[in-house]
Write a protein that binds this ligand. Structure first.
Ligand code: KG4
Ligand code: ZN
Length: 338
């Protein structure tokens, strides 16, 4: 069975072909980073307009690299939400058109579920239940999953996502866009203990995250020391900020570990590409003697292979109406429905 996945929820136009017997046959991601970089953040209308220009080419390229024809696709899978509505509509409508024309099932996939399934692309034998930490530019959420796609939210951010906080500080310092990978690189040369950041504590005892306090503290340090992109303490500052974000991310995981007694830990989402976060996560898993899974970097940031694998999981569980009919009334959702 061949699944074509399509992902256009944010600023990457992506398509992938996944075979249930041979694994990933192709995985194409066209980033719009250069388009949005001059603005220091994503401009939604530009994102949708570039998806509409690129989506057909990217799907075509994913089929070419997979070495198959579109008529050999058995299932179409597409991100339904959450994300930028204009961007989502482009991918969803394109996928719906393909499914309709070729009379094949269309499986809608939730973007957050796709991220948590991304580890399944490279590991088929993960022992569930798991604690899955999803850290991206739009989301920071800790899930308990009894099995894939059976997610219960344990903690989520009350303000900025972790990636958003990294991107905003990089933007303020005029380091470039997206800021996450730039901070990852520059922070390696710095001392993470040189600037103090205190961990936020929720007064209601919840394990939720908050990154806006770090942002305010970071801006105070920047103003007090006069940090600019050429300042000699830039690397120390970024290393300290990055470490504060990592400590906060791991703190809720550590606090929930004993109550949920998972068999494995999963880290996913764009920020999971961060080298120090990957190391800290693996160190923690070693400390508590549990298996941990982090996707290869290309499957952490938005991609369509994770959409295809999430659709495959849905099909295995028969959790989709798309297997029996083409859901022509399917619509995109910008936020996760309650
Ligand atoms: O998962 P993703 O591609 O899109 C969303 O669903 O949001 O994540 C994008 C986020 C951005 O905030 C970007 O700065 C961050 O992932 N990111 C990183 C790294 N690579 C990407 N953050 C830290 N270190 C990295 N190496
Ligand atoms: Zn994402």
């Amino acid at each position: 069975m061949n699944i074509l996945g399509i992902e256009t929820s944010c600023d990457e136009t992506a398509a992938a072909v996944l075979s249930d017997s041979q694994g990933i046959l192709s995985n194409i991601v066209l980033s719009q980073d250069e388009i949005h970089a001059p603005y220091g953040g994503i401009v939604p209308e530009l994102a949708s307009r570039h998806h509409i220009l690129s989506v057909a080419y990217i799907v075509d390229e994913s089929l070419r690299r997979a070495g198959i024809k579109i008529k050999d696709i058995d299932i179409f899978a597409v991100t339904q939400g959450p994300g930028l509505i204009g961007s989502l509509l482009v991918g969803l409508n394109f996928a719906k058109g393909l499914a309709f024309y070729f009379n094949k099932p269309l499986v809608p996939v939730d973007h957050l579920e796709a991220h948590t399934c991304s580890v399944l692309l490279e590991n088929q034998d993960i022992s569930y239940p798991v604690l899955a930490l999803l850290v991206s530019g739009g989301h920071t959420t800790l899930f308990f999953q009894k099995e894939p796609l059976e997610s219960q939210i344990i903690a989520k951010t009350r303000d900025d996502a972790a990636g958003e906080a990294l991107d905003k500080i990089a933007k303020f310092l005029e380091l470039g866009y997206p800021g996450g990978p730039i901070i990852d690189r520059l922070a390696q040369k710095g001392d993470p203990e040189s600037f103090p950041f205190s961990l936020p504590q929720m007064t209601d005892g919840s394990l939720d995250y908050s990154f806006s306090g770090f942002k305010t503290a970071a801006l105070q340090h920047i103003k007090k020391i006069g940090i600019t992109k050429d300042h000699p303490r830039l690397h120390d500052f970024l290393a300290s900020f990055e470490q504060a974000v990592i400590r906060a991310l791991l703190s809720s995981l550590e606090k929930s570990f004993n109550s949920y007694t998972p068999n494995s830990l999963i880290l996913c989402g764009g920020v999971a590409r961060n080298k120090k976060l990957r190391k800290a996560f693996e160190d923690y898993a070693d400390k508590v003697s549990i298996n941990s899974y982090i996707p290869s970097p290309e499957f952490c940031t938005d991609n369509a292979a994770m959409v295809a694998v999430a659709a495959l999981e849905k099909l295995k569980k028969k959790k989709t109406a798309g297997t029996t009919r083409i859901p022509l009334d399917l619509n995109a959702y910008p936020r996760k429905p309650n």
